[in-house]
Design a protein around this ligand. Structure first.
Ligand SMILES: Nc1ncnc2c1ncn2[C@@H]1O[C@H](COP(=O)(O)OP(=O)(O)OP(=O)(O)O)[C@@H](O)[C@H]1O
Length: 599
């Protein structure tokens, strides 16, 4: 019942079309059954002249001119049969149209709602969930329900109607032959139901084999540069062939099982048909059956055997539909991140960490331990430390993506978790280590940070990010399309476009998560120089591995194993024994001039 309600809600505004499916299937079933009846009456009562047992039918025939008139004008009967087939054609067309509207409307609304909801779910949720699974829920699961509504639903209604009405008519004609005609039908339906229940496992294995093969292909295409750089082509081909072969095997298993099922139930169906035919001929010879009635049995039998088999399949498939609905509901019922709830204080960029501890939900290890510091507004801070020491985790806390279990983080005196997330993210911008560019033009990629920005604003931030001249050197300038994941740009170029995009927000707090280290020292210095000449005050947190960059900061925080091991200015830390001094000496000695020190 809940599933019907779910489908009904999303099928708006085409719910009426759903009801019309039942009506048109009814018309289809009615005329499909009436056509053989007309032929039987023509044979028995018009041509052979057997009087009608039914007074109502006799009245209709009289109204049409009587039996002898119809005998002389047999084309009237043919015309009636033609009329039935025209009505069947129209009903099939209408049923398909309504099924299409109903199912497409459902799919459209659920897909939109899913996409909308996915945008509003927390980052934590997305991190925990497998993106492939979410894609499957938003596509294949919706498709399973759509297919059911578009075709299987009407097939099911048709099967129920045609079987129920045909068997009732057959009973009214000859009880004994009807019982003979349906004796194998329950077995056909049961065989079909059991088979498709059991076959679920094979279908699933086939789906999994296909998705594994697709993943290999996807990974290979994404990592084409690495594949070529390490001469992995042969190995990759071998790997793909293994998965392709596994998929072929599973598909063959499926075809084999389906082959056995279809031929087995075909055989049962034909046996049923044969039993009915032999019994019918025998009974007709004994005079228990008229030719017209026998004709009805022949026609109706073929009409009910295949829908019965189909009904078994649909009933088994309905399990899949309810599983899909459950999987979609699981996502839709997941609570959204409350982006607007909370305070919207004026943010200038004063940051205080007070005994903050932090660990990721799926990992018992403490990533940040007892972190305390104060960054006054407008300060430029460098964060250094060995890989895995917690630098990125620390700065990500400021964007409100994760919550901190203990301690306090305040921005301009307001507890960070009390600030509305949307407001916070508008004022705290981060340039990620691995920036992501959309498959749009460079202009659009920068412009999305502020839809009100003018072309001059975009050029200005591009200049600050030292990418303006590079963009102009492209044939299409700012209109250059950035390919899938920005592959038409080099890593450093992508990084600089991402920096320009972040600068366009003019946020009071800006974070560079190791994003400047990806650039050469000269570009890094140029960008930092441009940032220091900005006309608005900005607190800047910069994760870096370069002493040359850190030395220009007002404050340097050195993290080691999740704890602050040193904090101070370049001069102070230089005279302190510790990691900063060691890095300084390594870089001074010219070991690694351009970035990472191996810490
Ligand atoms: N999303 C996550 N879920 C669970 N653990 C994580 C996650 N991100 C990072 N970690 C773990 O937290 C610790 C700190 O990682 P973090 O990325 O903050 O270090 P980092 O100093 O920025 O490293 P790097 O310089 O290599 O970027 C590491 O041990 C890492 O394995």
């Amino acid at each position: 019942m809940k599933n019907i309600k779910f489908i009904w809600e999303y099928a708006k505004p085409y719910q009426r079309k759903g009801v019309m499916i039942i009506f048109h299937v009814g018309i289809y079933a009615f005329f499909t059954l009436v056509a053989p009846l007309i032929i039987s009456y023509m044979q028995d009562n018009i041509i052979s002249g057997i009087p009608f047992e039914n007074a109502f039918l006799q009245q209709i025939v009289d109204a049409m001119g009587g039996i002898s008139y119809l005998q002389e004008h047999l084309w009237i009967g043919s015309l009636m049969i033609l009329f039935c087939y025209v009505c069947i054609g129209i009903a099939i067309y209408k049923r398909s149209m309504n099924g299409g509207y109903f199912s497409e409307s459902f799919a459209l609304h659920v897909r939109n709602h899913m996409y909308d909801h996915l945008q509003k779910l927390s980052f934590h949720y997305h991190k925990q969930k497998d993106s492939g699974d979410l894609i499957q829920r938003s596509t294949s699961d919706i498709e399973t329900i759509r297919r059911f509504l578009a075709t299987q639903l009407s097939e099911m209604i048709y099967a129920v109607m045609i079987v129920a009405i045909a068997i009732s008519i057959l009973f009214s004609r000859n009880v004994k032959l009807t019982i003979i005609s349906i004796c194998l039908l329950p077995f056909i339906m049961l065989a079909s139901f059991i088979f498709f229940r059991k076959a679920k496992k094979i279908f699933l294995e086939c789906d999994l084999a296909e998705s594994s093969m697709t993943s290999v292909l996807q990974e290979n295409l994404n990592a084409m540069r690495v594949v070529k750089a390490f001469h992995q082509e042969e190995k990759e081909i071998e790997k793909f062939e293994t998965f392709n072969e596994a998929y072929r095997k599973k598909y063959f298993d499926l075809m084999h099982a389906l082959g056995i099922f279809w031929s087995g139930t075909d055989f049962l169906g034909l046996c049923q048909y044969l039993i009915m035919m032999i019994s019918g001929v025998y009974m007709a010879l004994e005079g228990e059956l008229t030719t017209g009635t026998f004709f009805i049995f022949l026609m109706y039998e073929s009409m009910i055997i295949w829908p019965i088999r189909q009904l078994g399949r649909i009933l088994a498939d309905m399990g899949k539909v309810s599983v899909s609905i459950k999987r979609i509901k699981e996502v839709l019922e997941e609570p959204c991140e409350e982006l607007e709830k909370g305070l919207c204080p004026e943010i200038k960029g004063d940051i205080v960490f007070d005994h903050v501890n932090f660990r990721y939900a799926d990992d018992p290890r403490m990533v940040l331990k007892d972190i305390s510091f104060h960054i006054p507004a407008g300060t430029k801070v460098a964060i250094m430390g060995p890989t895995g020491s917690g630098k990125s985790s620390l700065v990500h806390l400021l964007t409100g993506i994760y919550d901190y279990p203990s301690g306090s983080i305040q921005i301009d005196g307001v507890e960070l978790r009390d600030i509305a997330k949307q407001w916070l993210r508008k004022h705290v911008q981060i340039v990620l280590q691995e920036p992501f560019l959309f498959s749009k033009t460079i202009y659009e990629n920068i412009h999305l940070a502020d839809i009100h920005a003018q072309k001059t604003d975009i050029e200005q931030v591009a200049q600050m990010a030292s990418i303006h001249d590079t963009i102009l050197s492209f044939d299409k300038g700012y209109d250059t399309a950035v390919g899938e994941k920005g592959v038409t740009l080099s890593g450093g170029q992508k990084q600089r476009v991402a920096i320009a995009r972040t600068l366009l927000c003019k946020s009071p707090i800006i974070i560079f998560d190791d994003s400047l280290s990806a650039l050469d020292t000269k570009t890094d210095q140029m960008i930092q120089h441009a940032l220091s000449s900005l006309d608005h005050d900005m607190t800047m947190l910069m994760i870096t591995h370069r002493i040359s960059s850190a030395s220009k900061a007002d404050m340097i925080i050195v993290l080691q194993d999740g704890c602050i091991s040193q904090i101070g200015t370049h001069e102070e830390l230089l005279h302190q024994e510790g990691l900063y001094q060691r890095i300084y000496h390594i870089q001074q000695e010219g070991g690694i001039q351009d970035g990472r020190t191996g810490i």
